[in-house]
Design a protein. Structure first.
Length: 162
């Protein structure tokens, strides 16, 4: 009986130290950007002078020390950029590359017109299993935009002026 108690205690200790990772991971990484000119016109609307064509926007990630353009042939948004057609708040959405275990992830946005900007995200991962993975802060060209300049009512969104 005493040995059964000892085995039970050992089993409880071992099982509390050994944690199985779930087969799913919760992600909260999407970033939304409204792009405006100095007059407040949304540059993602094609009727605005100097507009940006969302289909021409490309994302670049640093991979093994070199820039690599994102391209996923079989996805709805193969270049990793989604256009959100919300009248009055048209915007793009994308996620940083979270394939590495880095806390700070850099993404370069090429707007398709020769202009390029830098987005740095602080990516928080919880524990050994990296569950959940959450973008907690976002800098745009070195300026902290999220959460400091977040747009109320939109999740992880901010405005930039081009």
């Amino acid at each position: 009986m005493k040995s059964l108690r000892i085995l039970t205690v050992i089993a409880m200790i071992v099982s509390s130290c050994y944690r199985l990772c779930p087969k799913w991971v919760q992600f909260s990484t999407s970033i939304q950007v409204i792009v405006e000119d100095s007059l407040g016109n949304n540059l993602l609307v094609d009727t605005v002078e100097g507009s940006i064509d969302p289909d021409k926007i490309r994302l670049y990630d640093v991979y093994k020390g070199a820039l690599r353009m994102r391209y996923y042939q079989n996805l709805d948004n193969p270049y990793g950029v989604a256009y959100i057609d919300d009248p009055g708040r048209e915007r793009i959405a994308f996620s940083p590359s979270i394939g590495t275990r880095e806390e700070y992830v850099t993404t370069y946005i090429d707007w398709g017109n020769g202009d390029r900007d830098t987005v740095v995200c602080y990516v928080w991962r919880n524990g050994e299993c990296n569950n959940p993975i959450i973008v907690k802060k976002v800098w745009f060209n070195g300026v902290l935009m999220y959460p400091d300049s977040a747009i109320t009512g939109l999740h992880r969104a901010f405005r930039v002026v081009k």
